[in-house]
Each structure stands twice: as structure tokens, then as C-alpha cells.
Design a protein around this ligand. Structure first.
Ligand code: NDP
Length: 464
């Protein structure tokens, strides 16, 4: 039975709360209808109680919460219109959240713009905080290594780091969690998971969708900050980490942080270790797409990339010499969301086996959740002619949405599926070197027509 908790949402009338957070809570309540959860919402928007209920209830239902559970949670949920940076209002809200005798766990969810989150943390410095307070911070956590470190120092004055949950919902994705079983529970893979047998790794999140009216956010972020700095580097850490002693918050986050600390740009700098591009006019998913620079709300002078790729090396004994390519982009000809592990060729093929030996690959689909093993077999026409065969499966999809999975951990006070402070800093360290070189124009901005494949020169793993 989980401990009673109060989820305090700052920024409760915002986009994240409506689209991801509340449906995520709804998916958790579908699976655990007996969970004792209270939701206190706050935002500066002037909503009355009914207007809040009109947002809360459909969003929980959308996530899958049964009607009687939605009713029960809604009955105790309140909305406060306030400035979240006001210490007096914040104090009142947190006291209400902790309940009689301060007995409840309080999860303070910052669904706020990052600069406001920081101001709220400053405002909390002078308050007497609830005994069992957990802070849940959204990405981006800082805007570079220096600011991430400063934010870590600030929140360390409020609660211990294992009570700070930096959300990266990719860590709640079932395929990423499956990596641990695949790697550590199969001799077939655990024995060959190193530079000796693996030639290269690609982690890609390529989308066919273009900007979809999100210039306000995207033109300031770009593909590198949007996807690579957070989600895809976390995925890389899970793929390359040393086996943790246990799948617990401490051991798992020790292992992923160590992998990130060992990560350097391929060739030592962003000139050899990164590429960037933006789309020009074309057709994607049957629709005419204007050039990125002509999209509404885009400032071409910002030089925002819509396709980014970095190549890194995890510089340790297990991985030295293996290029790990991490890529994400928009308006591409095909959606490719996957991790591709490419194995080395065998050292020697017996005479008599004919033809080229196709690359053996393990392909983990990130959405939908699939797994494919491409191996070399005998040919269908000529039994001695080599051919590639595919063993494919659709993986068990978690019953919880990724957000629900992460929130379940947060409400239980378990930070395992969230990002530790030092790991957040490491992700910025890797990306800062690239962003700096891009700002100095040391890496050219390439172009690709919307709806075209990843440019051939970028060497996408499955382009052959
Ligand atoms: P929104 O701007 O939609 O929502 C933020 C909410 O906070 C708004 O309702 C805003 O009010 C309110 N707010 C701002 N300042 C204050 C204040 N001082 N006191 C009280 N309320 C305030 O942002 P999102 O929901 O999109 O994003 C929230 C966070 O989640 C950000 O850190 C973002 O990076 C992160 N995130 C968002 C995702 C998404 O898909 N939306 C995905 C992943 C992360 P007002 O409208 O009046 O400014």
C-alpha cells in the first residue's frame, strides 16, 4: 500500500499539466485505483473551482482512471490562483498539502517555465518546508552545465538530492526499461556487449512531423536541446552503462552517471563529432511544408537546427573506439525512432559460404515498442548464399504511460526513473561543447528538403 501523498502542481493551467501530467496520473490511477492521492493545483490563471474540475476530470479520464476514482480524487482537489513565487502563498499551499500533523508526503511538481521554477526555489529558501517534501523538476534542467550546477546547488538547500526528481519521461518508456532485461538477463547479449563485438551504436529519434505550430518553443530549443541533451543521452547511458549491482535508484543512477562522465565527442571536438541541418520547403506526410525559416514564428537569425547529430565515444575499456551516433530531426522522409546495435563481422567465414555477410543488428524500437534481431542465415534459393533473416517481436507495452511510470516512482518517493543532478550536468557538458562550436559557426548549417531521408553523408545505420 503506497503512502498517502499530495501532488501540488504549480503551473496547473499549462500545457504540460493538461497533455501529459494529468493523463499520466490518470493512467496510474487506472492501475492502482486504491492509491490515496490528493491533487492541489495552483497557477496564476484566475480559474474558479468548477473551471479547474472541468480540466482535471477529463484529463484523468483520458489517462484511463475509472469514473469512481476520478470522482474521489476530484472531491479533494482544490485550485488556488496565486503567484507561485510569492513565499506567503507558497507557504500556505505547502502547509495545506502536508495535512494534519504534516503526515503526508508532498510532491511539488514544477510545471512552470524554467525561469519561474528557479524563482520559486529561491522563494522557498526562507520557508519551513514539509518534512517529507519531494521536488519534481521538468526539463530543461538549466540551460547549460553552469546553470544546471547552480540550480543543483540551489535545490540542495531545500531537500536532499534523492528527493529531487528531474523528470525525463523517456526513463519511464517500456522499451528503455527493457534494455536492462535484454542486456543483463541474456548471455546471448551480455557476453558480446562491448567494443570487441559491437562495431557501432545509433540512437535516433527522427520524425516526419514538421514544426506543427510549435515555433514559440522549438525555435529557442532546436533538435539538440529538445531531444539529444535529455532523452537520447539518457537512453545512451542505459545502453552503455556497466551492469549495476541492483536495479535500485542508487545503483542504476551511479551506473548511468558513470557512463555519461566517460562520454566524449568523437574525435575530441564538435567539428568531427557533430552535424546540424534545417529543412527547406518540401512535402512531408503528404503535406506541403514551407522552409523552416519561413514557418510562422521562426527567427532565421537564431540559426535553429531541425536535424542534429552528435557522435560520441564512451571512453572506457568496454567501449573505446565504438562510435555512438545520436540523432534527432523533424520533417524527415521516414519516422525512425530506434536504437541500432551493429555487431562486428565474424573474424573468418568458412570457404564455400558465398556472398557478402550482411551486418548483424539488434534494433530496439522506441515507438512503437519493438525488437528486431537481424542475423545472417542461409539463402532461400542457394543454401550456401548468405542472406539476412529477421527475428522480430513486439514488446510488452507498459500498462502505464511513460509519464505515469515516472509519476508512480515520484509519488512513492523513489527517484530511480528520474535524472540525478550530476547526470543532468554531464548531459549539458557534452552538449555545451557542440552548442558553443555551432554558435561560433565552426560546423556548417546543412539543408535537407522536408520529407527527404537523413542526408546520405550522415551515415544513418539503416540507410543501406
Ligand atoms: P505553459 O506555459 O503552457 O504552462 C506554464 C504555466 O505556468 C502557465 O499556466 C503559466 O501561466 C503558469 N505560470 C507562469 N508563471 C507563473 C507564476 N509566477 N505563478 C503561477 N503560475 C505561473 O508551459 P508548459 O506547460 O508547456 O511547460 C511547463 C514546463 O514543462 C516547462 O519547464 C517545460 O519545459 C516543461 N515541459 C513541457 C512539455 C510540453 O509538452 N508542454 C514537455 C516536456 C517538458 P501564464 O500562461 O499566465 O504564463
Amino acid at each position: 500500500m503506497s503512502q498517502p501523498s499530495t501532488l501540488v502542481i504549480l503551473g496547473a493551467s499549462g500545457d504540460l499539466t493538461r497533455r501529459l501530467l494529468l493523463p499520466g496520473v490518470g493512467s496510474l490511477l487506472e492501475l492502482e485505483p486504491e492509491r490515496e492521492l490528493r491533487i492541489l493545483a495552483a497557477d496564476r490563471a484566475d480559474l474558479d473551482a468548477q473551471a479547474w474540475q472541468d480540466r482535471l476530470q477529463p484529463a484523468l479520464t483520458e489517462g484511463g482512471a475509472p469514473p469512481e476514482v476520478v470522482q474521489a480524487v476530484a472531491a479533494t482537489s482544490t485550485y488556488t490562483s496565486m503567484d507561485a513565487t510569492d513565499p506567503v502563498a507558497l507557504n500556505a499551499l505547502l502547509t495545506q498539502a502536508a495535512g494534519e500533523g504534516g503526515a503526508r508526503r508532498v510532491v511539488l511538481y514544477f510545471a512552470l517555465p524554467p525561469a519561474v521554477t528557479e524563482r520559486v526555489c529561491h522563494a522557498m529558501l526562507g520557508l519551513t518546508l514539509p518534512r517529507d517534501l519531494h521536488l519534481t523538476m521538468e526539463k530543461p534542467f538549466g540551460h547549460d552545465e553552469h546553470s544546471a550546477r547552480a540550480l543543483n546547488t540551489l535545490v540542495a538547500h531545500l531537500v536532499p538530492d534523492d528527493q529531487v526528481h528531474r523528470v525525463d519521461h523517456f526513463l519511464g518508456k517500456s522499451t528503455l526499461l527493457d534494455i536492462m532485461a535484454v542486456r543483463f538477463a541474456n548471455r546471448l547479449f551480455s557476453a558480446v556487449w562491448s567494443a570487441e563485438h559491437i562495431e557501432s551504436i545509433e540512437i535516433a529519434y527522427d520524425e516526419s512531423l514538421a514544426l506543427e505550430n510549435r515555433a514559440g518553443y522549438y525555435d529557442h530549443a532546436g533538435a539538440l536541446r529538445d531531444m539529444i541533451q535529455s532523452h537520447l543521452l539518457q537512453a545512451m547511458a542505459l545502453v552503455t552503462m556497466e551492469p549495476p549491482a541492483s536495479i535500485t535508484a542508487r545503483d542504476l543512477r551511479d551506473a548511468t552517471a558513470a557512463a555519461l562522465r566517460a562520454t566524449t565527442l568523437w574525435g575530441g571536438d564538435a567539428i568531427s563529432g557533430s552535424r546540424r541541418a534545417r529543412y527547406t520547403a518540401g512535402t512531408s506526410i503528404g503535406r506541403a511544408v514551407p522552409s523552416y525559416v519561413d514557418e510562422d514564428g521562426v527567427d532565421p537569425a537564431r540559426m535553429t537546427e531541425t536535424l542534429a547529430q552528435i557522435t560520441v565515444e564512451v571512453a572506457n575499456d568496454r567501449w573505446a573506439g565504438v562510435p555512438i551516433t545520436i540523432r534527432s530531426g523533424k520533417a524527415l522522409g521516414a519516422t525512425q525512432k530506434h536504437i541500432v546495435i551493429t555487431f562486428r563481422d565474424v573474424r573468418h567465414l568458412p570457404r564455400g559460404l558465398k556472398g557478402a555477410d550482411p551486418k548483424d543488428r539488434l534494433i530496439i524500437g522506441l515507438s512503437p515498442d519493438t525488437m528486431e534481431l537481424r542475423i545472417t542465415t542461409n539463402g532461400t534459393d542457394d543454401p550456401l548464399e548468405l542472406e539476412q533473416s529477421v527475428l522480430a517481436t513486439t514488446l510488452r507495452e507498459s500498462e502505464l504511460e511513460a509519464y505515469g511510470e515516472v509519476i508512480a516512482g515520484v509519488l512513492d518517493g523513489n527517484p530511480m526513473l528520474t535524472v540525478r543532478g550530476d547526470a543532468a550536468e554531464e548531459c549539458w557538458r557534452i552538449c555545451d561543447a557542440v552548442l558553443g562550436a555551432w554558435e561560433r559557426n565552426e560546423v556548417p548549417m546543412e539543408e535537407y528538403p522536408a520529407g527527404s531521408p537523413v542526408p546520405a553523408a550522415w551515415g544513418a545505420a539503416l540507410a543501406d
